[in-house]
Design a protein around this ligand. Structure first.
Ligand SMILES: Cc1cc2nc3c(=O)[nH]c(=O)nc-3n(C[C@H](O)[C@H](O)[C@H](O)COP(=O)(O)OP(=O)(O)OC[C@H]3O[C@@H](n4cnc5c(N)ncnc54)[C@H](O)[C@@H]3O)c2cc1C
Length: 340
C-alpha cells in the first residue's frame, strides 16, 4: 500500500504530490492527459505563488509582473506589488516545471482517469491502487466530489472564463484588468512576445463578441496574430461544504472555487497543497479542514467582496473610479490578495 494517491496532475495535484514526497510519503499521481497540460487560465502568478513554487524547487520561466492595473473607459488605477514581483507563466510551462520536479523526486504519474473509489478503515482503493489516503485534485468540476455527493448547488450568477494568447510584445508589466458593464478582460504578459487575454462574465457570446465590450483593448490587439485556440471554463463558482471525507481529501479547484477575478487560484492551491501534505505527514488528515480554511479564507473574503460589488447595479460602475481615487487603499487590497 502506498501512502497517497493524488487524482489529477494540475498545479494542485502535482504540488501536493511534490510536498508529500518531500515530507517522506510514498505518492502516485493519476492524470489521464499527457504532455504539458494547457487550461483556460489568466496565467498570472501572485508573488506568494512564485515563492511557494520556489520552496518546492519549481522555478518556471515567465514574464515578471509588477502589479495590477484596473481600467475602464475613463479611469485607471495602478497597484504595485509591495513584496517582490509576480510572474506571468504559460500553463504549459508551469505544468512542465511541476512535472519535471515530480520526475526528479521519482513520483510515478499514471495515465488513468479516476472517477470512483472504495474506502475502508485503513485505506482507499481507486484504479486498482491501494493508498492510505486519496487526494482529489481533479479540478473545478471534480468527478470525485460528485462521487462523494459533495457537489454544490449551482451559483445564482454563474460566470465563465475564456482565454486566448496573442503574438504581441507586452505593453505593460502590470496585469491589466479592463472593466465593462457585464464583464471583465484581463491581460497578462507571459513572455517577451506573448500576452494572454482572459475574458470573464456570463454565459453569452464567444470570445470575439465578448472582446467587443473592451474597445481600448481591442485596439491594442488589432493586427496581432492569435497564438492559441480559445479555451473556456465554468461555471466558476463551486461552494463545497467540506474538504475531508474520512481518508479522501480535496485540494485546489476541486476543494471549492469562487472566481478568477482576483487571479490567485494557483497561489491558493499551492498553499492548500502545503498544509495538506503537512497534515498527512503528521497522520492527522482531519486537521486539514481547519488548515484549508486558514490558507484559503483571505482570498475567499476578498474575492467574494469584489464579486458582490460587481453584482450591485450602483456599486459596479464605481469600482475603478474608487480605485483611482483611493490608490493606497486599492494597493493594500491588491497586496492582501497577493499574499493569499
Ligand atoms: C479564465 C480563468 C482565468 C484564471 N486566471 C488565473 C490567474 O491569472 N492566476 C491564478 O492563479 N489562477 C487563475 N485561475 C484559476 C486557476 O486556473 C485554477 O485555480 C488552477 O488551475 C487550479 O488548479 P487545479 O490543479 O486545482 O485544477 P486544474 O488545473 O483544472 O487541474 C485538474 C487536473 O485534473 C485532471 N483530471 C480531471 N479529472 C480527472 C480524473 N477523473 N482523473 C484523473 N485526473 C483528472 C485534469 O486533466 C487536470 O490536469 C483562472 C481560472 C480561469 C477559469
Amino acid at each position: 500500500m502506498i501512502d497517497v494517491l493524488v487524482v489529477g496532475g494540475g498545479p494542485a495535484g502535482l504540488s501536493t504530490a511534490i510536498n508529500c514526497a518531500l515530507a517522506g510519503l510514498s505518492v502516485n499521481v493519476a492524470e489521464p492527459r499527457t504532455g504539458p497540460i494547457d487550461k483556460a487560465c489568466g496565467e498570472g502568478l501572485m508573488p506568494s505563488a512564485v515563492t511557494r513554487l520556489a520552496a518546492i524547487g519549481v522555478r518556471p520561466d515567465g514574464h515578471p509582473l509588477r502589479g495590477i492595473r484596473y481600467l475602464d473607459s475613463r479611469h485607471r488605477a495602478d497597484a504595485p506589488f509591495r513584496r517582490g514581483p509576480g510572474l506571468g507563466v504559460r500553463r504549459t510551462t508551469l505544468h512542465a516545471g511541476l512535472a519535471a520536479r515530480a520526475t526528479e523526486l521519482a513520483i510515478p504519474v499514471l495515465p488513468v482517469r479516476v472517477t470512483d473509489f472504495t474506502q475502508h478503515s485503513s485505506g482507499v482503493i481507486a484504479a486498482g491502487i491501494e493508498a492510505r489516503y486519496l487526494v482529489a485534485a481533479d479540478g473545478l468540476h471534480s468527478a470525485l466530489r460528485k462521487a462523494c455527493a459533495l457537489d454544490p448547488t449551482p451559483a445564482r450568477h454563474p460566470r465563465f472564463g475564456l482565454r486566448r494568447h496573442y503574438h504581441l510584445a507586452p505593453w505593460s508589466d502590470l496585469v491589466e484588468v479592463y472593466w465593462a458593464s457585464e464583464s471583465e478582460a484581463y491581460v497578462t504578459p507571459v513572455a517577451d512576445d506573448l500576452v494572454g487575454v482572459a475574458v470573464l462574465g456570463g454565459a453569452q457570446g464567444d470570445f470575439e463578441s465578448r472582446l467587443a465590450a473592451f474597445p481600448a483593448l481591442r485596439e491594442r490587439l488589432a493586427g496581432a496574430a492569435p497564438a492559441s485556440d480559445v479555451r473556456g471554463a465554468g461555471p466558476l463558482r463551486q461552494d463545497v461544504r467540506r474538504r475531508v471525507l474520512g481518508r479522501v481529501l480535496f485540494v485546489g479547484d476541486a476543494s471549492g472555487y469562487l472566481d478568477a477575478l482576483t487571479g490567485e487560484g494557483i497561489g491558493v492551491a499551492l498553499a492548500q497543497a502545503t498544509v495538506l501534505a503537512d497534515c498527512l505527514a503528521a497522520g492527522r488528515a482531519s486537521d486539514y479542514e481547519r488548515a484549508w480554511q486558514r490558507v484559503s479564507r483571505r482570498a475567499w473574503i476578498l474575492t467574494s467582496g469584489l464579486l458582490w460589488s460587481r453584482h450591485q447595479a450602483l456599486l459596479a460602475p464605481r469600482i475603478v473610479p474608487a480605485a483611482q481615487r483611493l490608490p493606497n487603499f486599492f494597493t493594500s487590497i491588491v497586496n492582501e490578495a497577493a499574499k493569499a
